[in-house]
Design a protein around this ligand. Structure first.
Ligand code: NAD
Length: 432
């Protein structure tokens, strides 16, 4: 097919419009947005203004856009977690190839049904596991595959969410409740499960998990704390004070980072005045100890892979910055990786240490360590070439979802060991 690939964006939020649409500006020969759907008029206006989408190609909902005849080659599905399958399945039936945000669904039966739908329709369905497209994880995978570590024996990985990021997304924000979106181990860590599965290069057989919601609970509120920060007598001594966080905090205050994520989630085209107004009445101005959140703020998972390879994974809200670390050991060597610092330290046994610096001094790989645009290049190249062999196609992605959902099943049952094949069979039975 000759480029650019035409695109309809379903859900023009932070991912659809802010993370993926800018690819059109950078690579107009690959991507041309021709339609979009979102109930928020400000998002559709932005789509028209920045990307030249015609007003009559902007729709107030997913259903409205999907009721039209096929409008583009591809649909990017970037709505919220629980509508992904509905949107992606309808799009594939209409003949769209699909780029689908993760998680596929918090319901395993639905994940399996979507895999089936992709097979049935023969459409491309790629899931946005952006980490596989980063230089950091690609270098690790190459190291494993090339045999530099010998036979892989263990993996230790951690995801450090960042206390302020956790408060923003998982206490005050969209992903605070399992019944509305997904459990944290799926929502945040299906990426990590996908990376573990990819690096392991073999199927995961069983998991066991512990964890829970420890800190962001009413009993940990400062004495006399109010329900909203703007009315709170304890705000001066509280690092979660919403005005402080979104205006002056070095990690996420507009004074330091400008009008980008996460302040652009609090208010569209944010200014300090708009932020103050949003924090007075909106969800991001609530006390972090008095929200309606229920997702875990720390969780560990033990995993057993084919051939006896073992892995451990820890996710925690309690870190200063956002970063992941990983250590792999093999019969011939070990490697320790810090994604925050973008370094890999390799020890081949009996040889000197080697430090591989993957830093991106020119900022060419921004957006999930380069994963966002790496994913888009790979996806559009696949569509343009008429290929079918995606790095993060729905078949591969479903495996990470089985792992994450089985981990949540285990955590909810005090760490019971879950056999993944049986877990998947049960979900298939329930779906049939
Ligand atoms: N791949 C990644 O690394 C990554 C990172 C962050 C989020 N995500 C995923 O992306 C998805 C979207 O997250 P986000 O941060 O962009 O959230 P968001 O709230 O910014 O965007 C979702 C958008 O969907 C719109 N929407 C709601 N109902 C709709 C409907 N019926 N029809 C059309 N649009 C509708 C909302 O108005 C909003 O603009 C989530 O499922 C999330 O898990 C993935």
């Amino acid at each position: 097919m000759a480029g650019p690939v035409t695109v309809a964006i379903c859900g023009c939020g932070s991912r659809g419009l802010d993370a993926y649409a800018p690819f059109q500006t950078a690579f107009p020969e690959k991507m041309k947005i021709v339609a979009g759907a979102d109930p928020r008029p400000d998002r559709l206006e932005k789509l028209q203004k920045l990307y030249g989408v015609a007003p009559d190609m902007c729709f107030a909902s997913d259903d409205e856009m999907l009721a039209q005849p096929k409008l583009a080659d591809v649909m990017i599905v970037a709505t919220m977690d629980r509508t992904h399958v509905k949107n992606a399945a309808a799009a594939m039936e209409k003949g769209y190839d699909v780029l689908l945000e993760k998680p596929i669904s918090p319901d395993l039966g639905q994940c399996l049904a979507l895999r089936e739908k992709a097979h049935e329709t023969g459409r491309i369905a790629v899931v946005c596991h952006v980490l596989r497209y980063t230089r950091f994880y690609a270098a690790l995978e190459e190291m494993v595959r090339s045999g530099q570590l010998g036979r892989l024996v263990t993996i230790e990985a951690s995801e450090n969410v960042g206390w302020w990021h956790f408060a923003h997304s998982f206490v005050r924000g969209n992903w605070r409740r399992q019944d509305e979106t997904s459990p944290m181990i799926l929502q945040k860590c299906c990426h990590d499960m996908d990376i573990l599965r990819w690096l392991a290069g073999r199927r995961c057989l069983a998991v066991q998990s512990f964890g829970g919601l420890d800190f962001f609970r009413p009993e940990n509120a400062p004495a006399g704390a109010a329900a909203r920060c703007c009315e709170c007598p304890a705000r001066d001594g509280c690092r979660f004070d919403a005005e402080k966080l979104y205006l002056t905090d070095p990690h996420c205050g507009i004074e330091h980072i400008g009008p980008q994520w996460p302040v652009d989630v609090v208010a569209t085209d944010p200014t300090p005045e708009k932020l103050r107004a949003a924090l007075r009445t909106g969800p991001y101005g609530r006390c972090v100890f008095r929200c309606d959140n229920d997702v875990a703020d720390h969780q560990t998972v033990d995993l057993l892979f084919e051939g006896g390879l073992t892995a451990t994974f820890t996710a925690s809200a309690f870190s200063d910055t956002i970063y992941r670390t990983i250590k792999l050991t093999g019969t011939e060597g070990e490697v320790w990786g810090d994604m925050g610092r973008q370094t890999l330290t390799l020890h081949r046994f009996g040889q000197p240490e080697e430090v591989i610096d993957l830093k991106d001094e020119k900022g060419l790989f921004s957006g999930h360590g380069g994963g966002d645009f790496g994913l888009l290049h790979s996806f559009f190249d696949l569509v343009l070439s008429g290929g079918r062999d995606a790095l993060t196609g729905v078949d591969a992605s479903v495996e990470s979802h089985v792992m994450a959902l089985a981990a949540e099943h285990s955590r909810a049952r005090g760490g019971e060991t879950v056999d993944l094949a049986a877990f998947e069979r049960q979900a298939l039975g329930a779906e049939a």
